[in-house]
Design a protein around this ligand. Sequence first.
Ligand SMILES: C[S@@+](CC[C@H](N)C(=O)[O-])C[C@H]1O[C@@H](n2cnc3c(N)ncnc32)[C@H](O)[C@@H]1O
Length: 197
Amino acid sequence: MELPFSQACENNKDFILAVLLRHFAKPGRVLEIAGGTGQHAVHFASLLPWLHWQSTDIPANLACLNVRIGAAALPNLPQALSLDVTQPDWTVAGFDYLFSANSLHIMPQSAVVDFFRPLPRVLNGGALVCVYGPFKYGGEFTTPSNAQFDLWLKGNDARSGVRDIETVLALAENADLVLLEDNPMPANNQLLVWQKR
Ligand SMILES: C[S@@+](CC[C@H](N)C(=O)[O-])C[C@H]1O[C@@H](n2cnc3c(N)ncnc32)[C@H](O)[C@@H]1O
């Protein structure tokens, strides 16, 4: 099977790595939600070998994701697990870190609520959470290209779209997460970093 590939992942993975190096600095277990092509999982697991990187995705994307993970054959990168944030009983727990890229604008707003709700039980105290993607501030897109991207997303799925940062921050606050950083990233994205109380 051909390896799944995203050019965006190739473009952003080293910029994200620079932030992860500061925050995912100690040995621990990472939960990745919406692993996609697995390019992030392979890149970060190989360059941050003190982490045990558990990628996940919805069942429909799992086989594809596991092709790349299997090909990498890294000792700290097991096969990805099935995790659909909209399903109530996540079977995962005990994580020191959470990473998710380009997921909140793909899933419906109700699923963004589902994404944050279980985190108090899934994450260990003091866990660090990094979420990458585009956001709106005060209801405004940060750039015209993000406004166009939002229209393109909605053309594919009317329930998707660039999220309001204020809504995401409120959901995180309700999940016991304290915002540490909002890092501006290339290509009009942000990398949000929280710590669990
Ligand atoms: C644009 S891709 C991003 C993939 C990868 N993280 C990246 O940055 O390239 C969006 C991902 O969200 C996943 N996704 C969509 N709905 C989801 C849900 N309800 N629960 C978990 N993941 C979901 C998709 O399967 C897909 O892998």
